[in-house]
Each structure stands twice: as C-alpha cells, then as structure tokens.
Design a protein around this ligand. Structure first.
Ligand code: GLU
Ligand code: ZN
Length: 495
C-alpha cells in the first residue's frame, strides 16, 4: 500500500538497446523518488519471452548505472511472476469480469465490414455466449458499456475515455498468457506503486489499466508481499498518473529507431558525460523555475523538479543542443577529472596507437588544451594521436589543401626545419611561436595561415590543440623528423 513516500517504477520492456525516451522516463521517476525519500523500482516487463533476453536486462541495469540512477529495488522480472498473473486471471474469471472469446481476427473484421463498421475493434460477439475457457480462446475484459473512465493525469489534467468507445480488450491471449495491461496492473498493486510515470504512448492503455485495477479491487484482491506492502494487504487506491510528452525529431516527428540516434549506449560510447546527459534529459518536457540557467547540478535538479511542472507538448530531442551542453560540462571539469574521464578513450579499441606507445606525461601536458576543444570525449583520440603514433595519421584532404595546394608550403616547411633545429636546446611553445612568427613574416603570411602546413605535416590534421604547445609536447626529434618526411613526400609528389 502506498505509504507517505512515493514508490515509483521504471518498467521497460527489453528491446536490445536503451531508448533516450526510456531514459527520460526513468529520470523523471528517479527524481520523484529522490526528492521525497521515495523508492525507485526497476521492473523488467519481459513477458514477451522471445524479446526478454538476459543481456538486454543487463544493458538496462548498466545504462541506469551509467546515468547515476541505480534502482532502490529490483530488477523484478515479469517473466518470473507469471503464476501471480494467473492468480489474477482466476480471480477476475470467478467474478465474471472476463469472458472467453473464440473469434479470429478475420472473423471480427468480416462482421465489422458486413455491418459497415470501418474502425477496427471487437464487436462483443462472445460477450454473452457464456463460452467455456479452452485452447484457442482468449479471455476478454468485460468493459462497462456506458460511463466514462477518467485518467487523472498530473501532466495532462483529466483525460476522459468514454466506455462506449472502449473495446472488450484481450486480457489473456488464446495461448493462455496474460497480456501487458493485466500484468502491469497486478505488479503496480503488489509493488505498492504510488505514481505511474511513463510515456504518453501508454495513455490509451491507462483506462484499461484503471478498469482492471478496480475490477481486481472489487474481487477482494490482496497483495502478495513482493515489495512495498505486506502480503495480504488490500488493493490500494489508484496511483497518481503522469504521462510524459513524446520526444520528437527536427521534423517534429516521433523519434524513430531507424532515422534518429535514440540509443543511450551510443551516447555513452561517443563520450557524452552522464551528468550532462541527465541535465539534457531533464529539459525534455520540463524547465528550471524562474528563468534559471539550463545548466544545473543534479542536486539543483532534484530540488527544483516538480512533476506538476512537466509540460505536455512534444519535446524536441536536439542532438546539437545536447552536444553543446556536453561541451560545457567537459570544459567545467577540473583537469584531473577530465584526464580520468578520458581514460576509456586512451587505450583499447578506441585508441589508434599501440598499447605501449601512450605517454601519460605528454597527454597530461596537452589535456587542458584538448579539453577546451572537444564537445564529447570520443573526439579526444584524434586530437592527441600525433603524440603516440610513429607517423601522423595523415588526413588526405588536409594534406591536399594545406600542403600540396599551397605554393608556399615547401618554403614554410623548409624554413621551419632550419629554424626549429636551432631551438633543440630551448624547445618551448614560446620559442616555437616566435620562430614561426618570423617565418610567417618572411613569406608574407599571417601566422594562422603559415602554420597550417606545419600542423598537417606534424599532426596529420588541420585541427587540433594549439600548434606550439603540441610541438612542445611532441619534442624536437619527432617534430623535425616529421617535417623532413613531409618535405620528402612533397618532393616525391612534385616529381
Ligand atoms: N513496459 C512498458 C513499455 O516499455 C511500460 C509500462 C509502464 O511504464 O507502465 O512500453
Ligand atoms: Zn469473440
């Protein structure tokens, strides 16, 4: 039974990846729990046996952990609770709430067509036939023929569903397996859920859930002691409902798994920071009070968030905005924390250099400069690989544009070799800067333009950390060797 503190649940159906919309749902549930010393329950709705693979459950648990939203209870698995759903089926059957129906989809469609009914839906054919239960027969829920079921929704207000327009929905499939609506309600009762916070796509199932909840209560249904309530407690009053706004893409269309980047795992793998991701997710349907800045701490979010303030209009999932916000979080990290956050990108598959070639000191030296220039951590390896690869990863386009396509490139590179050689004993960014400035003047170029061929020759790319600090970190020997190699390559290309 719902006590004084909220008990909320995040109830994903495992699908193989973790949708950003699910993450937003999980977050809003988590926030309600955290701000009121409540309980955040994870329930895996895996009754669809084929879809409920164990590694997908692990993926959900890991994604929640990455986001800093570990559940207080669970994961509970619906697949482990089928006996309990069958008890509910028996109770509803005994009370006459369910009836058996042997109609096939085609039979219903044919009758509807013959009656000139264009909308699909069940016509109530078996409602009063008194059919026995048996193989090939589904169990339908006897919905009231009149009246209105109202979903009292914190976000959308009272949403009314006329019962006359509601089908006698299938509660138990002809295979005998209870369907989502029933399992969902049985669990919410047993787990003493006080708030049902979920995506707007589930709003149409809510009146069915409410009817099932009330029907169970009227049979004297009591809890099984799973969680949150002792065994034998009566069915609690209906939970509070909150249906969260849909997430849409740039075209204002519902986010699509095919078209849009919706997997939370891919953001984690690209190097978005969990705190930035959570900050961004919170803005999908909610905004901070009183014109506060949109960048805030998790503590502020917990403090400020109110379910009542959630907006019902579709929320644009704006990857560019998320990326920009992530960049702000990256830049705000203390350097040491940035270095630590980069670790997963500095070794293994994500690092293009050989394992033994990473040089901690060189990385730490350029880290503050790299930190200013990346929005996501996945950009880091390409910014620093020149330090750890034997030869720079030459970007052909950069080479074409900044070296081959520049008639002064050979002169600049040659002058750099000569001038830098003299700096061997005083190899500092300042000295390299001064000496490159002199080269730029001698060829009548601005410094930025003059340093482009040098950058490409040494780092392989046109963008990266500031050049002179990069050269300082790389050291004289390797810098001079790369300039020489570039000149050779250029000479060979010119033949
Ligand atoms: N398992 C349902 C889904 O993933 C959500 C159920 C709920 O939150 O009530 O769509
Ligand atoms: Zn029927």
């Amino acid at each position: 039974m719902a006590g004084d503190t909220p008990r909320v649940r995040f109830a994903p159906s495992p699908t193989g990846y973790f949708h950003v919309g699910s993450a937003r749902t999980a977050l809003f549930n988590w926030l309600v729990a955290r701000q009121s010393a409540g309980t955040f329950v994870l329930r895996i709705e895996d009754t669809d046996a084929e879809r409920g693979r164990e590694e997908w459950v692990e993926g959900i648990v890991e994604a929640l952990h990455w986001l800093g939203m570990d559940p207080d209870e669970g994961p509970y698995r619906q697949s482990a609770r089928t006996a309990r759903y069958h008890e509910a089926v028996e109770a509803l059957w005994a009370a006459g709430v369910l009836y058996a129906c042997g109609c096939t989809h085609d039979e219903v469609a044919a009758r509807n067509a013959a009656a000139g009914i264009l909308t699909p839906g069940y016509d109530g054919h078996c409602r009063d036939l008194g059919l026995a239960r048996g193989p090939g027969r589904a169990l339908r829920f006897r919905t009231p023929g009149e009246g209105t079921t109202v979903v009292h929704d914190v976000v959308r207000g009272d949403v009314e569903f006329p019962c006359a327009a509601m089908d006698d929905f299938v509660a138990v499939k002809s295979s005998g397996d209870p369907l989502f609506v029933l399992a969902n309600v049985v669990d919410d009762i047993d787990m003493a859920i006080s708030h049902v916070i979920r995506g707007e796509d589930l709003l149409p199932t809510s009146p069915k859930g409410i009817l099932a909840w009330e029907a169970l209560a009227s049979t004297g249904w009591t809890t099984d002691g799973t969680a949150g309530a002792p065994a034998g407690a009566p069915t609690p009053p209906l939970p509070v409902f909150a249906h969260l706004p849909m997430l849409v893409n740039e075209a204002r269309k519902k986010l699509s798994k095919r078209r849009d980047p919706v997997a939370v795992e891919s953001y984690r793998d690209q190097g978005y920071l969990p705190d930035a991701f959570v900050n961004y997710l919170s803005l999908l349907g909610w905004s901070p009070p009183g014109g506060e800045d949109e960048v805030f701490t998790r503590e502020q979010l917990i403090d400020w968030f109110r379910l009542e303030d959630v907006n019902h209009s579709p929320a644009f999932f704006d990857v560019a905005k998320l990326t920009h916000l992530n960049g702000e979080y990256v830049r705000a990290l203390p350097t040491g924390a940035f270095v630590e956050a980069c670790r997963p990108w500095l070794s293994g598959d994500r690092a293009p250099w050989a394992p033994g070639d990473f040089d901690e000191a060189a990385f730490v030296a350029v880290a503050p400069l790299v930190q200013e220039r990346v929005a996501v951590l996945g950009e880091v390896p390409a910014m620093v690989d020149f330090l750890f690869l034997d030869a720079p990863a030459l970007d052909p386009d950069a080479w074409e544009r900044a070296v081959v396509g520049d008639d002064r490139a050979a002169t600049i590179l040659g002058a750099a070799v000569a001038a830098y050689r003299d700096l061997r004993t005083g190899w500092t960014a300042d000295a390299l800067h001064a000496s490159t400035l002199a080269i730029a003047e001698s060829v009548g170029r601005k410094l930025g333009k003059a340093q482009a061929p040098i950058r490409v020759a040494v780092t392989g790319r046109r963008v990266g950390p500031p050049l002179f600090e990069a050269l300082e970190a790389l050291g004289a020997d390797r810098t001079l060797a790369r300039l020489g190699a570039a000149l050779d390559l250029l000479g060979a290309g010119a033949v």
